[in-house]
Design a binder for this molecule. Structure first.
Ligand code: PLP
Length: 416
């Protein structure tokens, strides 16, 4: 991991926290400025070699065989669970369920919570939601005749906390919200939101897909009932994610999927569920993914989540500042607390055209609806260009991106 720890001083704000040489993909794409980290992040060699090692040295199905190889595979999987649980401050590994990712985690929560709701109950989400934390709740509302309420955002892109207080009522059964917006980078005051929701008697579900990669998250401090995230957005493999759930509530809920390995006893007439966490992990799990995610967690811990948060904030702030100075650019939202995600529009230039122009300049960004179509419509736009940063980005890349945006605007204006 080379010089990463030597760069720990606060003075070098904006320098890479992780050297590009740690990431084999950049050997193949040496000139690429990768600014699509909110979609997915690249993998350090430490994660790739851990995956390779698992398949080469300790691969077998887990929680089944009694031979030594199977026992070692199971031990590696359970050790990964312990490390990932510790990373989010979860002391009881029974509360840490491996999933395919955030989307599956939210579907699991919404599917299982079906058993706790009654007709006429309300579910509260916020206007910041990614489709993954909206559609599963819409579906639950349809199935059970519930009312979905949406807490608005201010023009700055912050949650309207006064409205939230008003909208939380004794009818609110579930409050589900993104801790960090994938479109505006807003860092939502999660502790406040959870405390208010709990006071109203609601079950709290935190979509931490963009939060766990960039800030220190401790479920005990948050006091949430559920928290979900994806490995691939935090240097880990695709196809692995986490649902943290409070034991007390997980024990009350029925399993989301049924089948092998989630039972303790089966007869022709029925079955008894296994203890946590197996009750929610039906079928063969992605054990290699879990082991790879634990390697990603170790890599991030070595850098330090406080430093990652400061780095992202710094790059995001600079991107907002530089983009905001370009005539014709509208940066969406200006939340007081935000991380390294910035979306913008240039009236008269389609975000896809601008993204294609940036691609020719070797800069990878996202353009489109960002799986947040209702939010974008609320903000009066159909699509945006988004830049998002991570540990291997630096201020020089932010500056190159802003210069390229300016050049792109000149290019498209000249064509008109
Ligand atoms: C806030 C948020 N929630 C949910 C998701 C869905 O994550 P996944 O596709 O890994 O399931 C994303 C992905 O971009 C996201 O940013």
């Amino acid at each position: 991991m080379g010089k990463r720890t030597e760069q720990a001083k606060p003075l070098d704000a904006g320098a890479r926290l992780a050297p590009r040489r740690d990431f084999p993909i950049f050997e193949n794409w040496p000139d690429l400025i990768y600014l699509d980290n909110a979609a997915t992040t690249h993998k350090p060699a430490a994660v790739l070699s851990r995956l390779d090692e698992f398949y080469r040295l300790t691969y077998a199905n887990v929680h089944r065989g009694v031979y030594r190889l199977a026992e070692e595979a199971t031990a590696a999987y359970e050790e990964a669970r312990r490390q990932v649980a510790a990373f989010i401050g979860c002391e009881d590994t029974g509360e840490l369920i491996f999933t395919r990712g955030t989307t599956e985690g939210i579907n699991l929560a919404a599917g299982s919570l079906d058993s706790l709701v009654q007709d006429g109950d309300e579910i509260l989400v916020t206007a910041l939601e990614h489709h993954s934390n909206l559609i599963p709740w819409q579906q639950l509302c349809r199935r059970r005749s519930l009312r979905l309420r949406v807490c608005p955002v201010t023009p700055a892109g912050e949650l309207d906390l006064a409205a939230l207080e008003r909208m939380l009522t004794p009818r609110t059964r579930v409050a589900a919200f993104a801790m960090v917006s994938n479109a505006l980078g807003t860092v939502v005051p999660a502790v406040k939101v959870i405390a208010a929701a709990r006071q109203a008697g609601a079950v709290t579900v935190v979509d931490a897909a963009q939060a766990v990669p960039c800030l220190p998250v401790a479920v005990g401090d948050l006091g949430c009932d559920f928290l979900v995230f994806s490995g691939h957005k935090m240097l880990g493999p695709m196809g692995i994610g986490v649902l943290y759930g409070r034991r007390e509530i997980l024990e009350k809920l029925p399993p989301y999927m049924t089948g092998g390995e989630m039972i303790s006893r089966v007869g022709w007439d029925g079955a008894q569920w296994a203890e946590l966490p197996q009750k929610f992990e039906a079928g063969t799990p992605n054990a290699a993914g879990a082991v790879g995610l634990a390697a990603a967690v170790r890599y991030l811990e070595e850098i330090g989540m406080d430093r990652i948060r400061a780095h992202e904030t710094e790059l995001g702030r600079r991107a907002r500042e530089l983009l905001g100075r370009i005539p014709g650019v509208r940066v969406l939202g200006c939340p007081a607390a935000c991380c390294g995600i910035v979306s913008f529009v240039v009236p008269g230039i389609h975000p896809h055209d601008l993204a294609q122009f940036l691609a020719r300049e070797n800069i990878a960004v996202r353009a489109g609806r960002l799986c947040a179509q209702p939010l974008l419509r609320t903000l009066g736009v159909e699509a945006v260009t988004r830049v998002s940063f991570y540990v291997y980005n630096d201020l020089a890349e932010v500056e190159k991106m802003a210069e390229a945006v300016e050049k792109g605007i000149r290019f498209f204006k000249a064509k008109k």
